[in-house]
Ligand binder design. Sequence first.
Ligand SMILES: Nc1ncnc2c1ncn2[C@@H]1O[C@H](COP(=O)(O)OP(=O)(O)OP(=O)(O)O)[C@@H](O)[C@H]1O
Ligand SMILES: [Mg+2]
Length: 194
Amino acid sequence: MSNSELETPILSIENVSKRFVKSLDLAGKIAQKLGARVREEIVHAVDGVSIEIKDGEVVGLVGESGCGKSTLGRVVAGVHGASDGRVLFRGQDVANLEGIEAREAALKIQMIFQDPMSSLNPRLRVQDIVGEAPVVHKVVNHSEIEDYVAQIMTRVGLDPSYARRYPHQFSGGAKTKNRYSKSACSSARFFGLR
Ligand SMILES: Nc1ncnc2c1ncn2[C@@H]1O[C@H](COP(=O)(O)OP(=O)(O)OP(=O)(O)O)[C@@H](O)[C@H]1O
Ligand SMILES: [Mg+2]
């Protein structure tokens, strides 16, 4: 990676806002027709947030319940579009990327959920859970997957000889590491922990 690439923040969140419109249900619509002063509600989940994150930096987002942390994470991961503002990955507005570029940026931003079991299929071995995404996304060939998974497991501090175990055979912390391996395997560069 060139010096100028390293100087560009890996992620720039510029004045991002996210609003949700809560439409009226049937009862609300009928009440409105009958003249009641009810209307659709707008939830300002995220309001003008700007953050820059450079390579190797770890940023924690802290705030009371409902203040918009998860929503911001979802906007960054592309689950929700921003109502206002921009998300730049390595200086590029992710909303303007198309085709292969959009796919590559999406792969490089991964979420790690608080409850690892909700994102680890209990019926699959770790080898298959961790190995699925890199094969689907053509990060490695099928024949190389065993070595690749072992390499990633070692990188996150898991014994690669446990690759044939199921998620329930790991401790809580190790399950989270498995989730991390699953994300890391798709060549992610930025991780959002939720
Ligand atoms: N899909 C949605 N539709 C409507 N409102 C939403 C949606 N997602 C989140 N909200 C609202 O946006 C606000 C922020 O929610 P969010 O989940 O981002 O908070 P949080 O900071 O992650 O909270 P917690 O610490 O409890 O996880 C809340 O008022 C929530 O009800
Ligand atoms: Mg949350």
